[in-house]
Design a protein around this ligand. Structure first.
Ligand code: ATP
Length: 453
């Protein structure tokens, strides 16, 4: 299965989905850039998420808060003291590793939510069984320490010891939603229950950077926080779980490759927490967290900001701190899940069976022969006509078979070929990526047929 992962990583590089950041300087660990096809795919993922979350829902509005927030935000949220992963260092090669991941590899379930003492104890007991994944040395590790994941900066601090009072790059986007709760309420007609959705960058000093774009230090999150009354929290939570599960199914993810993972160790304030996991080539792993968070977030921000964040519910005249349920996912992780799920090999043909809504290019246009100016001119005409409505690729290199294969590999659902018959009767062939069947259709009907498909 790791072999499949290698194939996907190589496809991503070869065809311009994902590049290692700063590659000419030897790369920068756990940071990746999106190439021409990757940015289209990521934009499509974000677009369909936004459409289902904001555009089609009257009870959810959007927000775009900044990466930097008042440093108190992260004290209130608990991140300054509690946002950490357990770190152990190999004494032989000095590689820093996640202790919970090392334990998991020898079949012992540990959790980043356990206390430092708890996890250090379990690690100590089992350390002889554990091998360093880098140098293969067995059992030679330092004691486990918790390592804070917040990335610090000197923004707005012009002193040399800025580390004492740093500002943080946000570790999650949702804090910006909590801070704007009152603003959204007073500037819109939203009434509880309602949600605020946001897409944006987040940063975490991840200890181990593993599995390509699955875990990166800079990544993009898509988060929706839904504010509700204490009584309706769990009912809304169940609705949200169903809604988010269906989103993946509608976008063509194989159902057997998805599963729910219920958190056993809940943080003290949480009512319930489930993750949606995808069956990556390296095993089932989280792609989205759906959590019922109680009134913790707004209570904390109320306390630290000394602002009243309570809500008067006109349905019942009750006054309460709103409870929050959230759906939180990462664009890169979801993109990797879609790529893994869509990747297939049929003989010598590699096909990315992405739904058209996600595919980087919706359509490719080819002149049958590149050295016949009349075919090229006609094909350009078709390309120009389509490009305002669809992301289109143009290809006139090599033979048609190779061009089809090249588009299959990047998931383009439809290829249109302009041939000699086109010049006679204004028809083109349209070839379907998944069936490889070709149909002849009139140029005048192309747009409406593509829209339907
Ligand atoms: P993990 O246990 O894998 O570190 P998490 O439980 O810390 O993840 P959350 O804080 O719940 O993750 O973040 C919500 C979502 O954001 C995750 O489901 C994932 O899709 C995405 N995400 C979190 N951390 C990263 C990361 N380092 N790189 C890419 N995506 C991430």
């Amino acid at each position: 299965m790791q072999d499949k992962m290698q194939k996907i990583i190589s496809l991503c590089k070869r065809r311009g989905f994902v590049f290692v950041s700063s590659e000419i300087y030897g790369g920068f660990s756990a940071i990746y850039d999106l190439g021409p096809l990757g940015v289209e795919l990521a934009n499509n993922i974000k677009r369909v998420w936004w459409k289902s979350m904001v555009q089609e829902r009257e009870d959810i509005v959007g927000l775009d808060s900044c990466i930097f927030m008042h440093p108190k935000t992260w004290e209130a949220s608990g991140h300054v003291t509690g946002f950490s992963d357990p770190l152990a260092e190999c004494k032989e090669c000095h590689t820093r590793l996640r202790a919970d991941h090392l334990l998991e590899e020898v079949g012992i379930r540990a959790d980043e939510k356990m206390s430092e003492e708890e996890i250090a104890e379990i690690f100590k007991k089992n350390k002889e069984k554990i091998k360093c994944p880098n140098c293969q040395e067995k059992g030679n590790f330092t004691d486990v320490k918790k390592f804070n994941l917040l990335v610090k900066s000197n923004l707005g601090n012009f002193t040399d010891d800025w580390q004492k009072e740093p500002s943080y790059l946000r570790g999650e986007t949702c804090q910006g939603i909590y801070l704007n709760f009152k603003n959204v309420l007073s500037s819109s007609r939203m009434k509880i229950p309602f949600g605020v959705a946001q897409i944006g960058k987040a940063f975490r000093n991840e200890i181990t950077a593993r599995q390509f774009i699955f875990r990166t230090r800079e990544f993009e999150q898509m988060e929706m926080q839904y504010f509700c009354s204490p009584q309706e929290e769990m009912q809304e939570y169940e609705k949200l779980r169903k809604f988010r599960w269906q989103w993946y199914i509608d976008l063509g993810i194989t159902q057997e490759n998805l599963k729910w993972h219920q958190h056993e160790n809940l943080v003290f304030y949480a009512k319930e927490a489930y993750d949606i996991e995808y069956n990556f080539p390296f095993g089932f792993s989280e792609i989205e967290g759906i959590h019922a968070r109680g009134d913790y977030d707004l209570t904390q921000h109320s306390k630290f900001s000394k602002q009243d964040l309570s809500y008067v519910d006109h349905r019942t005249n009750e006054i309460y701190i709103p409870h929050i349920i959230e759906a939180s996912s990462g664009v890169g992780r979801i993109m990797l899940a879609f790529l893994c799920d869509a990747y297939s090999e049929e003989g010598d043909r590699i096909v990315l069976k992405l739904k058209p809504a996600l595919a980087s290019y919706k359509v490719a246009v080819f002149p049958l022969l590149a050295n016949k100016p009349e075919l090229v001119a006609k094909a350009r005409e078709v390309f120009e006509m389509l490009k305002t409505d669809f992301t289109c690729a143009w290809d006139d290199r090599g033979n048609i078979g190779k061009r089809y294969y090249s588009q299959d590999e990047i998931g383009t659902p439809f290829c249109i070929t302009v041939d000699f018959q086109t010049l006679q009767d204004q028809t083109v062939t349209i070839r379907d990526r998944d069936t490889t069947q070709q149909e002849r259709i009139k140029i005048s009907e192309l747009k409406s047929i593509l829209e339907k498909k």
